[in-house]
Design a protein around this ligand. Structure first.
Ligand code: HEM
Ligand code: HEM
Length: 227
C-alpha cells in the first residue's frame, strides 16, 4: 500500500465527454417525453443516448486503464466488502470506480440501451401497443437508477473526502503516480463531441419538428390545437 498522493489523471477525455453528454441527453429525452409536441427532440436525444452507450461499450474494451470494464467490473464479494467498509466508515479506496458504483454504472449502461431501443420500436409501431408503456416504465427505472447513482456519488464523495463530480469534469484525482493514466486521448474525445453536435445539427436540419418545438418552447407558446 502506498501513501503517495499527487494529482494524477484518472478519467480520459472521451469518458468525460461521454458522461456529460449522456447526462444531458438522458435528461433532455426525459424532459421532452410527454405528448407529441416535443417528440422530434425527444427522439433526437434518445438516439444520442443509444449512440453514446454504444461508444462507451467500445471504449470499455479499448479505452485507457480506468475506463476499461476489466478494471472495474467485479463480483458480488467485492461489492459486499466495499459496502461493509462504508458501514464501518473506513471506506476502501479505489482510484477508478468503486465496486458498488461500478454495478450502478453497468445497470445504467444496460438501461441506456434498452430504453431507447424500446422507444425506437414504439416510435415505428413495431410490436404490440404496450411496447410504449414498457418503454415508459423502463425509462422511469433509468431515472430511479440515476437518483441512486447521484446519491452514491454524494455519499462516496463525503466518506472519501474527495469531490468525485469535479474529478469527472477535470479527469484528475489524488493518488499514487503509478495509478495515473498515460494520456487523455484528446483527439478521440473531441471527435466524440463533434459527432454528438454534428448529429444534433444534422437531425434538426432534416427534421423540421426539432426546430419548431425548440422555438415554441423558447417563445413560451403552448400546444394549442394542431390545425
Ligand atoms: C443525469 C444522468 C446521469 C447518467 C445517466 C449518469 C451515468 C453515469 C455513468 C454511465 C457513469 C460511468 C462513467 C464511465 O466510466 O463511463 C457515471 C459516472 C459518474 N457520474 Fe454520472 N450520470 C448522470 C449524472 C451525473 C451527475 C449530475 C453527476 C454529478 C453530480 C454525476 C457524477 C458522476 C461521477 C462523479 C461519476 C464517477 C463515479 C466514480 O468516481 O466512480 N453523474 N455516471
Ligand atoms: C434514454 C432515452 C429515452 C428516455 C429517457 C425516454 C423516456 C420516455 C418517457 C418517460 C416516455 C413516456 C412519456 C409520457 O407519456 O409521459 C416516453 C414516450 C415515448 N418515447 Fe421515449 N425515451 C427515450 C428514448 C426514445 C427514443 C430513442 C424513441 C424513438 C426512436 C422514443 C420514442 C418514444 C415514443 C414514440 C413515446 C410514446 C410512447 C407511447 O405513448 O406509446 N423514446 N419516452
Amino acid at each position: 500500500m502506498t501513501t503517495e498522493s499527487t494529482r494524477i489523471k484518472v478519467w480520459d477525455l472521451p469518458t468525460r465527454i461521454f458522461h456529460w453528454s449522456l447526462a444531458l441527453s438522458f435528461l433532455g429525452a426525459y424532459i421532452t417525453s410527454e405528448g407529441e409536441r416535443m417528440r422530434a427532440i425527444h427522439v433526437m436525444f434518445g438516439y444520442t443516448v443509444l449512440g453514446l452507450v454504444a461508444f462507451r461499450i467500445m471504449w470499455g474494451l479499448i479505452g485507457t486503464h480506468h475506463a476499461r470494464f476489466a478494471s472495474f467490473i467485479t463480483g458480488p464479494a467485492k461489492i459486499k466488502s466495499y459496502l461493509q467498509s462504508l458501514l464501518r466508515r473506513a471506506p476502501e479506496h479505489h482510484v477508478g470506480h468503486n465496486p458498488a458504483g461500478a454495478l450502478a454504472i453497468v445497470v445504467l449502461l444496460l438501461l441506456g440501451i434498452s430504453t431507447p431501443a424500446l422507444g425506437l420500436l414504439a416510435y415505428n409501431d413495431i410490436g404490440p401497443e404496450w411496447i410504449g408503456d414498457v418503454h415508459q416504465i423502463v425509462a422511469n427505472g433509468m431515472m430511479a437508477m440515476v437518483a441512486v447513482h447521484l446519491a452514491g456519488v454524494v455519499v462516496s464523495s463525503f466518506l472519501h473526502r474527495e469531490n468525485l463530480a469535479r474529478a469527472m469534469l477535470t479527469g484528475y484525482k489524488l493518488g499514487a503516480t503509478s495509478e495515473g493514466i498515460g494520456g487523455t486521448r484528446r483527439i478521440i474525445g473531441i471527435l466524440l463531441l463533434l459527432a454528438v453536435i454534428g448529429f444534433w445539427v444534422g437531425y434538426g436540419w432534416t427534421n423540421p419538428g426539432v426546430l419548431q418545438a425548440a422555438t415554441q418552447q423558447a417563445t413560451g407558446q403552448t400546444d394549442g390545437d394542431d390545425d
